[in-house]
Write a protein that binds this ligand. Structure first.
Ligand SMILES: [Zn+2]
Length: 121
């Protein structure tokens, strides 16, 4: 099966493999733990949890939601989900704080939450 995901999800799989190697991520069941502190990320079949999220089932379900998005969207995952959510994460911290908007209100995140059946306040 993994071979098919490599074809269907090639760009994010390549990026995921790169992240796995560079961060020396450790496999944990169906996902990875890495020591990078700036957040968890899902790249194709590679789901990485940062130290503060390791052992957190909600975050794991959320990231698995992104993995499902990757499986649905294939090569379109990075332009539709990956890039917008990266920009939302990195460039809109001040905006979210100022307007008291949840990180999880952005469409990429709301959708991942919905897939993971996560209810947030
Ligand atoms: Zn997310």
């Amino acid at each position: 099966m993994i071979f098919l995901w490599w074809i269907w999800c090639f760009p994010q799989m390549l990026l995921g493999l790169f992240v796995k190697i560079v961060t020396k991520a450790q496999k944990q069941d169906d996902h990875y733990h890495y020591r990078y502190r700036r957040g968890s990320v899902s790249l194709g079949e590679y789901v990485f949890l940062c130290p503060s999220h390791q052992g957190d089932p909600i975050t794991l379900r959320h990231e698995m939601g992104h993995r499902t998005q990757s499986r649905m969207l294939g090569w379109l995952y990075l332009p539709i989900i990956g890039l917008p959510s990266f920009i939302w994460c990195e460039c809109f911290k001040g905006y979210r704080k100022k307007h008291k908007i949840s990180y999880y209100s952005f469409y990429t995140e709301r959708w991942a939450d919905r897939i993971g059946k996560i209810e947030r306040e």
